[in-house]
Design a protein around this ligand. Sequence first.
Ligand SMILES: O=P(O)(O)O[C@@H]1C[C@H](O)[C@@H](CO)O1
Ligand SMILES: Nc1nc2[nH]cnc2c(=O)[nH]1
Length: 291
Amino acid sequence: MHSKDQICPDDYQKTASWLQSQTHHRPKVAIICGSGLGMLADDFKCQDSFPYSDIPGFPQSTVQGHAGRLVFGELKGKTCVCMQGRFHMYEGHSLSKTTFPVRVFKLLGVETLIVTNAAGSLADSYQVGDIMIIKDHINFPGLAGLNPLNGPNDDKFGPRFPPMSGVYDRDLRKMALELCKRMGVSQFVQEGVYCMVGGPNFETVAEARLLHRLGVDAVGMSTAPEVVVASHCGLRVFGLSLITNKVVKSYDDTESVNHDAVLEVGKLRSQTLQSLVTELVHWMDINNNTA
Ligand SMILES: O=P(O)(O)O[C@@H]1C[C@H](O)[C@@H](CO)O1
Ligand SMILES: Nc1nc2[nH]cnc2c(=O)[nH]1
């Protein structure tokens, strides 16, 4: 690697080979945990776990609620790898660094990426604690030219101009809705559009109103770059947002959001989120349906 943020094409392979030399697990599913949602790996059997600081080429997590650990293991018999903590643009990482693990997962043989995040709701019907199945996203930094695929295209991973319509897999979304019904949690499950903004500040009222008018259901500071890179290299994608707060849309509203409140709601719904991901992974397994 040249400098802290520059990635050479073989850096991905070096990290993947190192991981393969350290664990016998060969995951088909990767899970990226959002703020306060790292407990998704708690149910993994036969865990092999690596602090990011031990993994060659891996960036470091700096945000509270992102443990900074890569965990391999079995979830209901299906081999998975889970990032307990992700990387955000606002931490100062380049977008190629924030998405570095996704290409490593591809090289490890992963076929499906599950992304989770904490997000604020714009949709009037959403409540704090709702789980939103991501139907589509608006990648604001991407629209403004901050795209992890900028620079020379690595044809080994995917095409120069990848399509992004239908990026959140329709069958997985449909199945997740069905599983929510069976789990009896449909009353607080939504399906909607996630929007990534750069952060780290939360929205002004005027920004919140703009996003609302654009049809955004939930806003956060991550996920879209990971999903773009995953889709570019042919991974199947499923995403969940946990609604941790309502974004303030009125000048009369005296409430304001903070990161501690975001983490608190994570605790509230952690079990449901964990069960939904587990059941979905199990469904993929019994249907031999990872890719
Ligand atoms: O990693 P995610 O997107 O879950 O983190 C969200 C967005 C900010 O990083 C943080 C704000 O509380 O939570
Ligand atoms: N941008 C943004 N990110 C969040 N992450 C959790 N809540 C929020 C929010 O209200 N806005």
